[in-house]
Ligand binder design. Structure first.
Ligand SMILES: [Fe+2]
Ligand SMILES: [Fe+2]
Length: 185
């Protein structure tokens, strides 16, 4: 379990709740770059939140926005591919023994690239339509479902190395990690 506070929201507008987590990711990426920080503690916290947040989006947020017609199949699938790419880059950070090496800096750089790309794209192509095309009440219901799943995953210690390895292997089997450039955008 992580010692870093990841917040325990219980309700709210799903767009705000997702953005709060995105700010947490950005703050933790900054700490991962900081050689004076406890980078091992930060990578564990980052891992837990990345897994919990992505799974909760895939289980509740993307399907509901699809059903409401706010988000197309392409955006939702592309989001899942980017979660898989984020998990793969995260796994590389977790697999390293030391945190004060060039290999760690390089892995953190790749992780930041993947995650920053996804946050930008998700905010532009998924959160904007959610703001514009989905009513307040639905966003509040969805907020509850999102944080419920997120917090359940955190309680289950979802960010362990073993679990992230399993998630990446599953994504590869599902074809979400095509190393093929064709699926890139
Ligand atoms: Fe997100
Ligand atoms: Fe996402």
């Amino acid at each position: 379990m992580t010692t870093i506070d990841l917040g325990r929201p219980t309700q709210g507008d799903v767009v705000d709740l997702i953005l709060d987590d995105h700010r947490r990711f950005e703050a933790m990426l900054r700490d991962l770059r900081d050689s004076s920080a406890d980078r091992d503690a930060v990578r564990q916290a980052f891992s837990a939140l990345h897994v919990a947040h992505a799974l909760a989006e895939e289980k509740y947020v993307y399907p509901k926005l699809r059903r409401k017609g706010a988000v197309g199949e392409h955006e939702a699938e592309h989001g899942e591919e980017e979660h898989a790419e984020g998990h793969q880059a995260l796994l590389a950070v977790l697999e390293l023994k030391g945190t004060d090496t060039q290999a760690f800096d390089d892995a953190v750089e790749d992780l930041a690239t993947a995650v920053n790309h996804h946050l930008t794209e998700e905010e532009l192509t998924i959160l904007n339509p959610a703001r514009e095309e989905v009513g307040e009440q639905v966003r509040a219901e969805l907020g509850k479902e999102f944080v419920g799943e997120r917090n359940r995953q955190l309680d289950d210690d979802c960010g362990t190395l073993t679990n992230v390895r399993r998630i990446v292997a599953e994504a590869r089997r599902e074809g979400l990690l095509d190393d093929d450039e064709e699926t890139e955008e």
